[in-house]
Design a protein around this ligand. Sequence first.
Ligand SMILES: *Cc1c(COP(=O)(O)O)cnc(C)c1O
Length: 420
Amino acid sequence: MSPEILAQLPTAVASPYSPAEFDAYVVNSYARFPIVLERGQGCRVWDGDGREYLDFVAGIATCTLGHAHPAMVSAVNRQIQKLHHVSNLFYIPEQGDLAKWLVAHSCADRVFFCNSGAEANEGAIKLARKYAHTLRGIANPVVMTAHASFHGRTLATITATGQPKYQKNFDPLMPGFHYVPYNDIAALESAIAELDADQPQVAAILLEALQGEGGVRPGDRAYFQRVRELCDAKGILLILDEVQVGMGRSGQLWGYENLGIEPDIFTSAKGLGGGIPIGAMLCKSFCDIFQPGDHASTFGGNPFACGVALEVCETIERDDLLQNVRERGEQLRQGLRAIAQHYPALVAEVRGWGLINGLVLKEEAPTVSAEIVQAAIAQGLLLVPAGPKVVRFVPPLIVTAAEIEQALGRLNQALGNLSL
Ligand SMILES: *Cc1c(COP(=O)(O)O)cnc(C)c1O
């Protein structure tokens, strides 16, 4: 629907949709806010009562181009009318074109497409295990991951995720994972030395360039450079999970560009399709060890998802959105720091890259992130926590200076209402 038509729609119509009806039929695995979102335009969404919200959640760092972006609308229309799904048993031009774009704009040589971040990480873990078995003769390969990491909800990826709260009651977990503190090179070196003492076991190190769910914690440049050297020296694969920080969100296309290193394998999902489900595992040419039959996905890389994702990629480039991400990110961090000054007992720091930022609360702060998020939503600003002590800001990459100012104003109002 065009913006003109949307603008004419009545906004104060009460939603006929009831959360109780929803809860009667949908599995209760999410803590939901009692809000029914019905339409969106740009960086704004509206609920069933016509209330407008600034969307600084963006489907959790997913709606790269916001809502109802004309480029996405026309790509969706074009692709659904042309061809939306065929099997990977046939050649798919949109998939090839998207892979070509991603390879041209990254350190990767090849791409495998799937549907989600967890599935992309599964592919990366499988590739790393095959590499260890076939090229290094490791019988029981180990993948090192970090405390406070997040890699998805499948059994392998909750095991990779270094947070016990995601694993509780789902054991037995997957063998072959070992955890170390993030950004701590000494801990990593001694853990590898111990694991490899008798014979090499460590196949790969899987890290986020910036930990998203774990609290918007940016990777340390010196740490990642040392990790790269360690991997090179020992033949260990470096896998970066770029599912949240990638696709331009950091102000660079890929999070690793902020760290001055290149991974051997990295994964993408969230922002890649701008909200259309798609994931990707990107790798150097050694991935040719994957042979026909080794890995597959029915929906992965279908013409619909790839055609739309390619439009998202080309729009990022055409509209120079990385520059916008850097400028708006700087504006947002400055504004958050100015607000934080009024709440010295509340805020420890403001941190992040580009348009993935966290307002980090003090350990002894008088409230938790969920309460601040609730107060912000009441003021018409959608936010999402990243753990109990961090409020996360991940707006669409198209966000304007005026929208950042308005969001800061609404946050300020929300904090005022909490009487902290
Ligand atoms: C969201 C996320 C995932 C999981 O992605 P899904 O699409 O939900 O499977 C994996 N890794 C990171 C860093 C994420 O933020």
